[in-house]
Ligand binder design. Structure first.
Ligand code: ADP
Ligand code: MG
Length: 478
């Protein structure tokens, strides 16, 4: 990969990074003192933080493509909203997957249950993030990796790391470069969406319930949201509970208000519930259903969650699918333009063709199960093994195949806790945040609110920061 296309770093990186030693030390302290932090996974200590991996310099990213990603976000928000409220589309495209993928099957059961009861007339809140890589061969076009609809994180981290890198460039005297660091209001924007939803609930005493994992490593990103909400709207309170807490103590009152520990919940904001291990038993699933039945505004509602599955992403890439949701051809073209090849592994002609292509040239694809959170996809030669194993069984319809996007490489320095700073080739992934609020009748709020960038060693497959692969970064536009 090191021989592939290259971008110039925003500043020349010295051969001997020893000369940056003082600024690296200072930057690490800046990071710790401003919350560029994470809890240690190996030696978990709730009273201690260590620096989150970050790149020392912002990474070069073409301005034109950055602006394109920003511009299409409201269209993507609208698309997800329309898909989520289109029962026939979800049913048709998930019907096989839910037979073989237990997790998606359980989500679908909740969806069916509330649908038959009559989906709560309350609004859905989407905090979405569309992720992109620049594509080979010219690296001048963004291609969408995926769009996240649940537990979308790192809006705070993205914001604060951009400030850190600004400080680093200043310390090194690169004042002329600062103008190319785009403003980022992602944290404020996401908090603004949560507050807006809270206001729509029209009960000033009700709370935003952040549903958290049993053990939270990515604590800074979450707390920044709580603190900023409190600054922007001092009367909006946020409480944190796990799915198991909900299973044990949450109830619905006669008006279907969700109550936990004597608090009425206005907004259920999931920073958990995106992977099977977070559901320890049927009780956690019952809790997810209870919340869905309630009058609270869900972020995401079960149908937004389903609209964010990889299977739906693949279905949307089929010819004619986006056209179903937009009559405006400009919107269709704008969305199609950022899609790359996505293929189902269904038992039909197209599916057989995909199986064949993946076995022949596995290096050209990524094989994905219906999972979120990083570390689940299959790359390279392993694709051949997995597909060979599953191609005769129904299980294969739970997977999708995607063209592998090959982004350009650039040099940077990755700073990790307890490790020497290292000069390395990196690749970057851009995420754009969008907020959408609405119900089956109308969209009442639809905005693009900011961005974040993550980078990784060019030899690594994935870029997830919480999952331990990537480093926080921010874009330097050229
Ligand atoms: P998850 O839900 O686990 O985040 P993603 O689809 O975002 O799943 O994939 C995880 C990571 O794998 C991405 O952040 C990206 O670094 C890498 N990846 C995913 N799809 C592709 C692709 N088509 N080409 C290249 N890299 C990919
Ligand atoms: Mg992802």
């Amino acid at each position: 990969m090191a021989d592939g296309p290259r971008l110039n770093s925003c500043v020349p990186i010295p051969k001997d990074i020893e000369q940056l030693k003082d600024v690296i030390e200072k930057a690490k302290d800046w990071a710790l003192m401003h919350g560029v932090g994470i809890r240690n996974k190996k030696e978990f200590n709730p009273d201690a933080l260590q620096i989150v991996p970050f790149t020392f310099f912002p990474s070069a990213f073409p301005r034109k493509e950055f602006e394109k990603a920003v511009k299409i976000q409201p269209i993507l928000n609208e698309l997800i909203h329309r898909v989520a409220f289109c029962h026939s589309f979800l049913e048709e495209n998930l019907k096989d997957t839910i037979q073989v993928d237990e997790f998606t099957g359980n989500l679908y059961k909740i969806y069916e249950t509330v649908r038959q009861e009559g989906i709560n007339p309350t609004n859905s809140l989407g905090v979405l993030r569309s992720d992109y890589l620049l594509d080979h061969p010219d690296c001048d076009k963004i291609k969408q990796v995926e769009i996240n609809t649940i537990s979308t994180s790192l809006s705070a981290m993205g914001f604060v790391v951009a400030q850190l890198q600004r400080f680093i460039l200043q310390e090194l005297g690169h004042y002329d470069k600062l103008k190319n660091l785009p403003e980022n209001r992602a944290l404020e924007g996401v908090c603004g969406g949560l507050i807006e939803a809270w206001k729509l609930f029209k009960n000033p005493k009700a709370v935003i319930l952040m549903v958290i994992e049993d053990v939270v490593y990515n604590i800074c990103d979450q707390r920044f949201h709580e603190f900023r909400i409190s600054e922007l709207s001092p009367k909006t309170r946020v409480i944190r509970r796990t799915l198991t807490d909900l299973a044990q103590r949450a109830t619905l009152d006669a008006d279907k208000n969700l109550i936990i520990d004597n608090e009425v919940v206005a907004v259920v904001y999931y920073r958990s519930a995106y992977e099977p291990l977070q559901f320890h038993s049927q009780k956690e699933w019952d809790a997810r259903l209870l919340a869905e039945r309630s009058s609270a505004i869900k972020c995401p509602s079960i149908h937004y969650h389903l609209a964010g599955t990889k299977k739906v992403q693949q279905a949307l890439a089929r010819p004619g699918a986006v056209e179903q949701f937009f009559s405006d051809p400009e919107k269709v073209t704008a969305v199609r333009d950022v899609f790359t090849g996505l293929y189902s592994l269904d038992f039909d002609e197209l599916g057989e063709d995909a199986v064949k292509k993946a076995i022949e040239k596995p290096e050209r694809y990524v094989l994905k199960p219906q999972r979120e959170g990083g570390g689940n996809n299959i790359y390279g030669e392993k694709i051949r093994d997995v597909i060979t194993k599953i191609k005769g069984s129904r299980e294969r319809t739970g997977w999708i195949l995607m063209d592998r996007i090959v982004p350009p490489v650039q040099e940077n320095i990755i700073i990790r806790a307890s490790q020497p700073a290292a000069r390395t080739d990196t690749v970057s992934e851009l995420g754009i945040f969008g907020i959408i609020i609405g119900d089956s009748n109308e969209i009442i709020y639809n905005k693009q609110v900011g961005h974040m960038l993550r980078s990784k060693e060019s030899t690594a497959d994935e870029v997830g920061v919480s999952a331990g692969f990537g480093a926080m970064d921010s874009p330097y536009l050229y």
